[in-house]
Design a protein around this ligand. Structure first.
Ligand code: HEM
Ligand SMILES: *[C@@H]1O[C@H](CO)[C@@H](O)[C@H](O)[C@H]1NC(C)=O
Ligand SMILES: *[C@@H]1O[C@H](CO)[C@@H](O)[C@H](O)[C@H]1NC(C)=O
Ligand SMILES: *[C@@H]1O[C@H](CO)[C@@H](O)[C@H](O)[C@H]1NC(C)=O
Length: 510
């Protein structure tokens, strides 16, 4: 008995001692799992950041014995540059990721590596940078903001009800990205905020897929076989997503066969016109995968970023004032009178809004829409900071933590300060390996330019008309998901802005 007790005490002291070297206590059998579970109960991203800051940016998480939970976690910019660019081909998404999300994403761009990734990235990149595509995206956004978003906001004022701004913005970007990927408008953003089966099915399918990452592989695979619990939900939701996609693809094929579809520039039409290396058209299943992946990429990332942005503005009214001043300065430069009604921002004006761009980047720095991301090691390698990487190791990079490292952003790294992005009043972008909200290297977010345009146009159109006040006492914290939603949405009350109070037509202002 005494010997046993002594052993327990020895192991406990040893495990806790290791905490200093390894970042967390590492227990026999269960590894660092107890700390992870404690961390998950509060705010996981803050917990990871806490460990990473203590460990100078990198630590190895050791899961229970005989599981595949071991991984290297890093937020060191040197490692990120190495991982995302320098030795890019040694760090694919990998088989573990692929098999986990395959049912939802198939062989689409998010889930692809090497040849299969290249074959989608190249044409999509050409398309995203074409003038026709830009025209289509700006026109569809304008239509959505002016004939759907603003009326819904106006309604909430008439009824003097608070409104969940995050929900409204999610509807806006979901409709928008479906128009871009599929060329169809699902109609989520309508008065009375209807529930659209396709959108709901998409949401459920994503949530069920994310759960697989925290369930042992054997367990979810068994559940899938037997059709139990969330695996059952996933199967049902996927069926609805597939039906929707099949219907769109069938209709488009018919349309193309009877008429010239040069008018259309959505991704589906573009990919339908391409051929693979053997000269064959892409299969319907592959077309479905391509579209589903783009919808996933663009459906919630910008709306979630905008939601955090509006929350930050509520806490930093001086930033809101500076954004308004910039908008007014730009409007005052118009040749024609600004009493056009409704007032619609022109693309060239959006482009000039440097302070707004800084304020949005600063929101993404603190609340990146994708808070953590993941890669796998193909061949043994070493990180620039000396961390040894064994073949098959999973690497997690903590984008959220990078915004909170004094070594990168200085002592005031936790403050919301758009000015840090400005030099002589102009927006200056940061290197992608310090500011990783859009990823970096060859897999840099394809939608980055569009996302900025979308966020700036939407934010300027709202702020020019309304003051957005977060409802007193509304709880704000991130939700655990692939994308960093506000867990309880963002309840706000809008009030109309008195435009005569704005410094418009005042050439002496600023
Ligand atoms: C604020 C908004 C956005 C943020 C923060 C963001 C962030 C990211 C990140 C972190 C990745 C890398 C994901 C990974 O490889 O695991 C990514 C990839 C991607 N994003 Fe975005 N994104 C945003 C908006 C958009 C939009 C609106 C679209 C499309 C309309 C889009 C399209 C894509 C695509 C296609 C990829 C895959 C690129 C590849 O793997 O080669 N993104 N984005
Ligand atoms: C972190 O870096 C500092 C200074 O570079 C060093 O003194 C310290 O020992 C490092 N800590 C760890 C845990 O590596
Ligand atoms: C890159 O990865 C390969 C393995 O694919 C490895 O042999 C090499 O040492 C790595 N480093 C550099 C700098 O390329
Ligand atoms: C896009 O093209 C249409 C038709 O050619 C044109 O009317 C519209 O003004 C263009 N939009 C933009 C934003 O350039």
């Amino acid at each position: 008995m005494e010997i046993f007790l002594a052993l327990v005490v020895f192991i406990a002291i040893h495990s806790l001692r290791q905490a200093k070297k390894q970042g967390l206590p590492n227990w026999p059998l269960v590894g660092m799992l107890p700390s992870l579970i404690l961390g998950l109960r509060k705010d996981m991203y803050e917990w990871i950041s806490d460990v990473l800051c203590r460990m100078n940016g990198t630590f190895t998480f050791r899961g229970p014995w005989f599981t595949n939970l071991n991984c290297v976690v890093t937020s060191d910019p040197r490692n990120l540059e190495y991982l995302l660019k320098t030795n890019f081909s040694n760090f694919p998404k990998g088989d573990y990721f692929r098999s986990t999300v395959r049912d939802l994403l198939g062989d689409g761009i998010f889930n692809a590596d090497y040849d299969n990734w290249h074959k989608q990235r190249k044409p999509a990149s050409i398309e995203f940078h074409s003038a026709k595509f830009r025209n289509m995206t700006t026109d569809s956004l304008l239509e959505l903001v002016h004939s759907r978003l603003l009326p819904v906001l106006e309604d909430s004022i008439k009824q003097s009800n608070p409104i969940d701004l995050q929900d409204v913005l999610l509807r806006l970007t979901f409709d928008n990205v479906c128009m871009i990927a599929f060329g169809v408008d699902p109609g989520c953003l309508h008065p009375h905020l209807p529930q659209i089966p396709f959108a709901k099915a998409f949401e459920l399918a994503t949530e069920a897929t994310v759960l697989r990452f925290v369930t042992p592989t054997l367990v979810w695979k068994t559940m899938r076989c037997l059709g139990l619990g969330t695996e059952k939900t996933l199967k049902h939701s996927l069926k609805k997503v597939d039906e929707f996609a099949d219907e769109v693809i069938r209709t488009r094929k018919k349309e193309i066969s009877i008429a010239d579809s040069k008018q259309r520039s959505d991704l589906l039409t573009v990919f339908m016109g391409l051929r693979d290396e053997e000269g064959k058209l892409f299969s319907d299943k592959f077309l479905r995968d391509i579209c589903v992946n783009f919808i996933l990429a663009g459906r919630d990332t910008s709306s979630v970023a905008l939601s955090w942005f509006f929350w930050l503005l509520d806490r930093n009214p001086e930033v809101e004032q500076r954004i308004l001043a910039e908008i007014c300065k730009i409007l005052n430069e118009r040749e024609d009178a600004i009493n056009e009604s409704p007032l619609i921002f022109k693309p060239a004006e959006i482009k000039k809004m440097d302070y707004l761009q800084a304020a949005l980047s600063e929101a993404l720095r603190l609340y990146p829409s994708v808070p953590v991301d993941h890669k796998e090691v193909v061949e043994d390698d070493v990180f620039p900071d000396g961390t040894v990487l064994k073949k098959g190791t999973k690497v997690v990079y903590a984008i959220y933590t990078m915004g909170r490292m004094e070594g990168i952003w200085g002592k005031d790294c936790r403050e919301y300060r758009p000015e840090r992005w400005l030099r002589d009043g102009r927006y200056m972008s940061e290197p992608a390996y310090r500011f990783t909200a859009f990823n970096g290297g060859p897999r840099l977010c394809l939608g980055k330019d569009f996302a900025y345009y979308q966020m700036k146009f939407t934010a300027a159109s709202i702020l020019y008309r309304y003051h957005v006040k977060v409802v007193e006492g509304h709880p704000v914290m991130p939700k655990m998901a692939l994308t960093m939603y506000l867990k309880y949405g963002l309840q706000v009350k809008l009030s109309r802005r008195d435009q005569s109070q704005l410094p418009l037509n005042n050439k002496y202002f600023m």
